[in-house]
Design a protein around this ligand. Structure first.
Ligand SMILES: *Cc1c(COP(=O)(O)O)cnc(C)c1O
Length: 390
């Protein structure tokens, strides 16, 4: 049968049918009982299907995992309580003391902390390289390298990294883990380009409404997914609540229409900023002068909905812009219906040294907008009036 389209699969999925309910019940239960010991043994030995304890699995979580595996084109998925639980457990699952991880120089703040501070405490070597330059990666690779970890687009500078060329270079022995939070499976499917595991902060576009934390790791290999679930998720315990899995399943149903609208609003805002005399530089992969534009056009089916820009007038201008906004909210996070603006220099990245800020490609003029779903003319007029107040 012909493979169905993205939204059809995001809405209907496959799998269990609970009393013909249009939406799955939320299985708010910690444990599951067995009719007799014989059946309990069958389930414990993986010889029979069944559920034991929600830290291992739960029907609502399973439905979310199956839906994500289908949309990303993976064999299986493991749901987590947050994006960071998914990322830290996935990275740990590949690494032993003495092994090495290489990551792109620009990473989400907490991922950066895991790479720079957490993993090295367990004698795991970590290095950050500019993965837009494959020669740098080639030089950095060693016989100890086990994992390459990247985000593309990478927040906040929106670097675009070439997933298939990176996988070709590192070969089958090194695991490629790609954080696909910003593109979502609607616009980019890294497994098809050679990634081994795709991780997500489902808190962002997948939830879409700023009301639930969640994460997921989608795996190319079914056996590896079992290893991640039963030796890392269940032991480290970063489990997703069945209630949140239900919210995330609900979010998935409208992912396509939301992403289309987020993207079209982002394009308008990027265009407005690019033409504005107070703006020094705009970072948006949809603009032809973005260094990753051509690659993004090949690798993705849309350009995302994050727009970063540098203002003329440095810190003072950035602070004035944020204070002058009337509707756009000052907040971290992204992917919500509300447009959110953040100033990394004073917020998410305030603890980084000047050298690290440079590594991230950040300076005190950079502001990031997660473009929401409001009417674009209202977003533009709020930005316009705040620009006037600078
Ligand atoms: C938010 C985010 C994370 C962390 O996810 P949480 O759900 O907040 O734990 C990881 N990567 C990216 C790109 C993010 O935006």
């Amino acid at each position: 049968m012909k493979k169905k389209g993205f939204s059809t699969r995001a809405i209907h999925g496959e799998g269990e049918n609970f009393a013909r309910a249009l939406n799955p019940p939320i299985f708010m239960t910690s444990t599951f009982s067995f009719p007799d010991l014989k059946q309990a043994e069958g389930v414990f030995e993986f010889k029979e299907p069944g559920f034991v304890y929600t830290r291992g699995n739960n029907p609502t979580l399973k439905q979310f995992e199956e839906r994500m595996a289908d949309l990303e084109g993976g064999e299986d998925a493991v749901a987590f309580g947050s994006g960071m639980a998914a990322i830290s457990s996935t990275l740990l699952s590949f690494l032993q003391p003495g092994d090495e991880l290489l990551a792109h120089r620009v990473l989400y703040g907490s991922s950066h902390k895991v790479v720079r501070e957490f993993l090295p405490r367990y004698r795991i070597k970590t290095g950050q390289v500019d993965l837009t330059n494959l020669e740098d990666l080639e030089k950095a690779l060693s016989s100890e390298t086990r994992v390459v970890f990247l985000e593309t687009p990478a927040n906040p500078t929106l670097d675009i990294l070439d997933i298939s060329r990176i996988k070709e270079l590192i070969g089958p022995e090194v695991a490629l883990v790609v954080d696909n939070t910003i593109a979502t499976p609607y616009w980019q499917r890294p497994l098809a380009s050679g990634a081994d595991v795709v991780v997500h902060s489902a808190t962002k576009y997948i939830s879409g409404h700023g009301d639930a934390l969640g994460g997921v790791a989608v795996c190319r290999d079914k056996e590896y997914a079992g290893h991640l679930k039963f030796n890392y998720l269940t032991e480290l315990g970063g489990v997703l609540s069945p209630f949140n899995a239900w919210l995330l399943l609900r979010g998935l149903k409208t992912l396509k229409v939301r992403m289309e609208e987020h993207g079209s609003n982002a394009e308008k805002i990027a265009g407005f900023l690019q033409g504005h005399p107070r703006v020094e530089r705009v970072y948006y992969p949809g603009l032809p002068d973005h260094p990753g534009h051509e690659l993004a056009a090949r690798q993705m089916e849309g350009f995302g909905a994050l727009v970063s820009f540098e203002l003329q007038g440095g810190q003072k201008a950035a602070r004035n812009l944020l204070s002058g906004l009337e509707m756009i909210k000052i907040a971290v996070s992204l992917g919500d219906t509300e447009t959110l603006i953040e100033y990394p220099f004073a917020m998410t990245h305030r603890d980084y040294s000047p050298r690290e800020l440079e590594l991230f490609g950040l300076n005190e003029s950079l502001v990031r907008i997660s473009v929401g779903l409001e009417d674009p003319q209202d977003l533009l007029s709020d930005l316009e009036q705040a620009m006037e107040k600078i």
